[in-house]
Design a protein around this ligand. Structure first.
Ligand code: SF4
Length: 459
């Protein structure tokens, strides 16, 4: 190619503008990716193409490897950004965080030297692609600038899980580095992988953390203000394929413009999520909001749930959890440490260490450098919790086959509520967990894992 020769022979610099990624990858030392007149990513060519990349770059690379040239498919008009403020790609981005991406200019992330990405996602959450490990005998190693065959997302440890989808072909440790460091034998650490599924109902994406390879037989749903990561210790002890889900509006899942996270409003999104993540009727276990949403899910979509497990939660009990005592809405903070200190001081019931760990998992930095909670409820007033007290959930629970109630010895359930469960629930079973407090996944992760295993075995 003459341009390449001229560059090599005469040392000429070019500003080369193209939509053809293969040519750009071949020619360029540095790539700037533009969308709607703004540079969303800039950096060394290999770094931009391999990631961690901006979601728009990932879309371009993915399209370049899949779209047949000259297929005759009509071009679609690009949707406009939802607002003049915020990320220009927000109108098309499947990873969009509603209420943040469409309102606030994304910060500049620096995933590597001289490499910048404008996105609200943490570097650990940005898409990654790695060339196939094809360097065995008789198989030449791919050029790092060959058009990639697939895009994946952050995963850590163990072999790739079957089923393809958003699974990357090679291991990258980002979000789970510290978690995996806690295993005495890193080589024996389980595969831990974060994935996303786009759901039709409620819009946006729902994220899940998968432990071990294979189809998950258990799905875990967390309480308000928490995320899938609150079940790390349980899933570490559980030792089987399972997935913990970030409920809509929490963790790495999308926020809803409506701010409506009532259990009945989560059911359809969760049905889509469970059928995608864990087809085959898994055990669905939840605490707090996760348990109430599980009731609505199992009642409306019984085919999605093999067995419903309520962890120290019944309709009418939710507002007793420590997280509900936070003075919402929450302020923004100058640092994660400040968020932890605030949490510790607000009657959350968490020790200083627990508050620091919580802030490390559940806060994210905004464009102006402040730290905010990942969950949408922190920006809504406390009345958003009123809808969680939905008496129709008792009627729905009565329609669920053989639910199991795990009652923590020092938990949140009044005797009258447990009696009502025994009276009204079809084949319901109460299992006592002595010594545990309401935050069972924190107070008794090993015992909870063992109980879930027994329930899964007789599902
Ligand atoms: S996640 Fe948000 S900030 Fe990042 S590209 Fe998508 S819409 Fe833009």
């Amino acid at each position: 190619m003459q341009v390449a020769e001229q560059r090599a022979v005469a040392g000429t610099s070019y500003l080369f503008i193209s939509h053809d990624l293969a040519v750009v990858g071949y020619l360029a030392d540095r790539i700037a990716v533009m969308y709607r007149g703004a540079i969303l990513e800039e950096g060394p060519a290999a770094a931009v193409l391999h990631g961690p990349s901006h979601p728009y770059t990932a879309t371009l690379v993915d399209a370049a490897t899949r779209a047949p040239v000259g297929s005759g498919a009509p071009f679609e008009a690009l949707p406009a950004p939802p607002s003049a403020a915020g990320c220009r790609f927000a109108g098309r981005c499947e990873r969009r965080i509603d209420g943040l991406c469409d309102q606030v200019e994304p910060p500049v992330r620096t995933p590597g030297p001289h490499h910048e990405v404008r996105c609200h996602l943490d570097i650990a959450e940005l898409p990654v692609w790695r060339p196939e490990r094809a360097s065995g005998p008789g198989r030449p190693t791919r050029s790092p600038l060959d058009p990639p065959s697939t895009l994946g997302f952050a995963r850590a440890g163990g072999p790739p899980s079957p089923g393809g989808g958003m699974t990357p072909p090679a291991a990258d440790t980002h979000e789970f580095t510290e978690l995996l460091g806690g295993f005495a034998e890193p080589a024996a650490a389980p595969a831990i992988q974060r994935r996303w599924v786009t759901v039709v109902t409620g819009g946006g994406h729902v994220s899940g953390v998968f432990w071990h390879t294979g189809t998950p037989g258990t799905v875990l749903l967390h309480d308000t203000g928490l995320s899938a990561r609150s079940f790390d210790a349980v899933l570490r002890a559980y030792g089987r394929p399972a997935v913990a889900v970030d409920l809509p509006g929490h963790g790495r899942s999308a926020w809803r413009r409506s701010g409506d996270y009532r259990p009945r409003r989560l059911a359809k999104s969760l049905e889509e999520t469970v059928l995608s993540y864990a087809p085959g009727g898994p055990v669905v276990a939840g605490r707090g909001l996760g348990a109430l949403a599980g009731i609505a899910l199992a009642a409306r979509f019984p085919a999605a749930v093999g067995r419903l497990v309520l962890i120290d939660t019944l309709p009418g009990s939710v507002a007793r959890g420590p997280e509900e005592r936070w003075p919402w809405p929450s302020p923004a903070f100058g640092s994660r440490a400040a968020a932890a200190a605030w949490l510790h001081s607000t009657g959350s019931g968490l020790t200083e260490d627990e508050a620091a760990q919580h802030a490390a998992l559940e806060t994210v930095q905004t464009a102006d450098g402040r730290w905010v909670w990942r969950h949408h409820l922190a920006e809504l007033d406390g009345s958003s919790l009123d809808g969680f007290h939905d008496d129709t959930l008792w009627t729905q629970l009565a329609a669920v086959r053989a639910p199991v109630l795990i009652r923590a010895g020092n938990g949140a359930l009044a005797e009258a509520l447990v009696d009502r469960f025994r009276t009204e629930s079809q084949d319901g079973e109460v299992v006592e967990l002595p010594g545990a407090g309401h935050r069972v996944e924190h107070d008794g992760p090993d015992a909870l894992a063992e109980l879930l295993g027994r329930i899964a075995d007789r599902r």
